[in-house]
Design a protein around this ligand. Structure first.
Ligand SMILES: *Cc1c(COP(=O)(O)O)cnc(C)c1O
Length: 467
């Protein structure tokens, strides 16, 4: 039976997989989730043990795309997706300690875990758009990792023009070059003379009013509100748990969290039947989730720059997907709650808190503690963590959950992506970029600098759309 997708706010049309792939926010402002989550019984999960990553991915994704993509085609898309990862295991599991593990999710083309979702998303979009003979414009804003992963994922899609806005002179050299050195007529890097919030506001405004686009083009979102991104991230939770004795044994995960996308995928894996005891929400000083889980107050605060820029957020968009479940999947209740949240703060109900607390632990890790953690793990284990992953391992230790259960920290980026943070930590080593990126700092760049002005940006897009 094909799965339908429904909005968390209960007032948008029900979509099939192909439609949800092309949708951004639901028309009622909500996020799409499966109407019914597929579940795997223990015997079925056991039968997945030992499968290589791509074969496991096929088994996990099949029920979600059923009815939209024939199995034979899905298999080809998946094999192609994971063939570009530069480690045989795709997501290797490294043992740090007796029961502490790190799942390396940075062997994709742009060295961050976002490749897992965006390499697949690019291929799914390409497949569906060719079938529909449709051309679209992808529009996104980035403070770093999302932009490069989206460009790498979509660069070969002939039915897509991709526009990525980044704040001019405010992303790191490595991050900028990972976007601006990718050549292709359908790739458009726009450096905006403003900050990340300005970029994001222009993207949001364009989705609300896309009439600036040439006739017949529509906008597609690639940020983590896109359901297909969440879906792709479920796979590696299964992969790690199966390698550590699942489903006969439970596993815990610690997840460096910003928008709650990655960790929400872990929550879904658990809902599908994978024995996960606890999910640790690991945040930096932008700790909106940690505060929500410990006090019941979900309250937006001022953004603070940290040494983990990919987790610098004031609101976690995907948290709404969890709230939908915690409020009994009552779209009307969520609609009211999110309207209330537009003022900046809500109190979670006792029932919601009672359901969340056994599933999640949460920890906030300061910049100083992040530095200490990078140094500690390098000194004691000879393993160099990027600062985001260090927040994960630090939170894993701090949370101090049952030591008899394996604790897997998701390593979300390669340390070479954040050389300044590594240097700042005081660790006595540096990380080299992997061979395929060794010429990154010398390749020619291409980007257009534009004023912080919506009309200029939209006009630029309208006149440069190539496909
Ligand atoms: C995006 C990102 C995160 C946060 O992921 P969410 O899904 O937004 O919680 C953490 N670490 C790195 C390196 C990232 O790029």
């Amino acid at each position: 039976m094909a799965i339908s997708y429904i909005s968390t706010r209960g007032r948008a049309p029900r979509l099939n997989f192909e439609e949800v792939l092309l949708a951004g926010l639901a028309s009622d402002g909500g996020l799409y989730v499966p109407e019914v989550l597929p579940t795997f019984d223990k015997a079925h999960i056991k039968s997945l043990r030992g499968l290589p990553y791509n074969a496991l991915a096929f088994e996990i994704l099949k029920p979600f795309v059923d009815g939209s993509i024939p199995e034979h085609d899905l298999k080809i898309l998946i094999d192609d997706t994971y063939s570009v990862f530069r480690h045989e295991a795709v997501a290797p599991l490294i043992q740090l300690d007796h029961n502490q593990w790190v799942l390396e999710l940075f062997h994709g083309p742009t060295l961050a875990f976002k490749d897992f979702a965006l390499q697949l998303l690019g291929r799914l979009l390409d497949y569906v758009l060719k079938k529909r003979d449709q051309n679209v414009v992808i529009l996104g804003a980035t403070s770093g990792d999302t932009g490069s992963a989206a460009i790498e994922g979509c660069r070969r899609c002939s039915n897509i023009d991709i526009y990525i806005l980044h704040p001019h002179k405010r992303v790191s050299d490595v991050q900028r070059r990972q976007m601006t050195t990718v050549m292709g007529n359908n790739i458009h890097n726009l450096a905006i003379e403003g900050n990340f919030d300005d970029c994001q506001s222009m993207v949001k405004a364009s989705f609300v009013e896309p009439s600036f686009l040439p006739e017949g083009r529509s906008l597609v979102a690639v940020n983590s509100i896109n359901w297909a991104r969440i879906m792709a991230q479920i796979i590696y939770y299964f992969y790690a748990a199966l390698a550590l004795g699942g489903p006969d044994r439970s596993v815990n995960f610690s997840v460096p969290t910003g928008n709650f996308g990655d960790i929400f995928a872990g929550y879904l894996a658990r809902g599908m039947g994978l024995p996960i005891d606890r999910l640790v929400i690991a945040t930096n000083k932008n700790d909106v989730l940690h505060r929500a889980l410990t006090t019941g107050q979900y309250t937006r605060q001022q953004l603070e720059q940290s040494m983990t820029p990919s987790m610098d957020i004031t609101v976690s968009s995907n948290f709404e997907r969890l709230l939908f479940d915690l409020y009994g999947r009552d779209g009307d209740a969520l609609f009211d709650l999110m309207v209330q949240f537009s003022s900046g703060s809500i109190s979670l109900s006792n029932s919601a808190m009672a359901q969340a607390q056994p599933l999640f632990a949460s920890e906030r890790v300061s910049d100083d503690a992040t530095c200490e953690e990078i140094v500690r793990v390098w000194r004691d284990k000879g393993y160099l963590l990027d600062p985001h992953s260090a927040i994960g391992t630090r939170a894993a230790v701090k949370a101090n959950i049952d030591v008899a259960t394996p604790m897997v920290t998701l390593a979300t980026a390669h340390p070479a992506k954040f050389p300044d943070a590594i240097a700042r930590s005081g660790v006595a080593t540096t990380a080299a970029l992997p061979a395929h990126l060794s010429d990154l700092m010398t390749l020619p760049e291409r980007f257009t600098v534009l004023a912080n002005d919506l009309d200029s940006v939209q006009q630029h897009i309208a006149t440069t759309v190539s496909v």
